[in-house]
Design a protein around this ligand. Sequence first.
Ligand SMILES: C[S@@+](CC[C@H](N)C(=O)[O-])C[C@H]1O[C@@H](n2cnc3c(N)ncnc32)[C@H](O)[C@@H]1O
Length: 271
Amino acid sequence: MLCGFVMLISNRKTNRPIHLYGMISVRYLSQNKPEGAGKKMFSLDERLALCASFVRNGTALADVGTDHAYLPVYLALQRKIRSAVACDVRTGPLENARASIARFGVEAIVSTRLSDGLQEVAPEEAEDIVMAGMGGELIVRLIEETPWLTDPDRRLILQPMTKPDVLRQYLCAHGFCLLQEKACLSMGKAYSVMVCAYDGRVRPCSMTFARTGFLLQDSSPEAEAYLRLVLSKLQKERKGLPLDSPAASQHMALIETISNRLTPDPKEETT
Ligand SMILES: C[S@@+](CC[C@H](N)C(=O)[O-])C[C@H]1O[C@@H](n2cnc3c(N)ncnc32)[C@H](O)[C@@H]1O
C-alpha cells in the first residue's frame, strides 16, 4: 500500500518555503514488523498441511512444482521458514505463485524460480525440499538429477500423486532412508506424505513396503483409507494377471495381508 506525504523545507538562499510531495510504501514504514504480520492468513488443504507440518523450523525451503506457491506462502506467514524458493517448470504457475506472494506480502521470504526440478536452485537455498502433487516417476527423475540431495542434512518431503511404489523402491535402492510417513484425507481422497534423508544405505524393498510404506503399521483412519485405496488398486491389477503367475500370487498375498489388517468396511457388510 502506498501513502502520500507533504514536506515543508525552506530554500537556503531565498528562505522561501518549498513543498515536497511524495509517495512511500507502507511496507517501508512498517519495515520493523515481521514479514506478513497483520496480513490475512489462509489455511492449506489437508494434503499440503501435512507436507507443511514436516518442514523444519527456520529452514531454507525449496518447493518444487509449486503452482500457486500456497505452501511456501503459508509457511512464511507462519514464520516457520527462513526463506523459500517457489519453483515451477512452467511460467503460468509461476505467475500464480508471484500473485500469491504479492497478495500476502511475503516477497522478502519467498522468491520464484523457473526451474526443471532443482536445476536452477543452489544447494544452500534448499535445506528442506518439498515435491508434492506430482507423479512418483517424475519425483524420482527430479531426485536423480540433483546429486547434492545426497547430503544427509537435507530433508525430502515427498507427496506422490501416482506410483508411490516406484518412488519407495527408488528411495530404498539409492540410499535414501524413509524417516516418517503419514497419510491424510483431502476432499475424500487418501494421500501419503513421506519424509526422507540420504544415509547411503541400500535397503531391500519388499512389495509390501513398496506399496504401503509405513502405513501398514499405522492405525489412523487416514492410513486405513490409504490402505483401502492400495487394496482396490491391487485387486484391479490382479484381474489383469495370468492366474498362475508369480505376480498374481504376490498380489494375492498382499491383498490378504492388507485385508487382514483393515477393520471391516461397513459399506461392504451385508445387512
Ligand atoms: C498439480 S501441481 C502441484 C502444486 C502443489 N505442489 C500442490 O501439491 O498442490 C504440479 C505442478 O508441478 C509443476 N511441474 C511439473 N513438472 C515439473 C518439473 N519438472 N519441475 C518443476 N515443476 C514441475 C507443474 O507445472 C505444476 O504447476
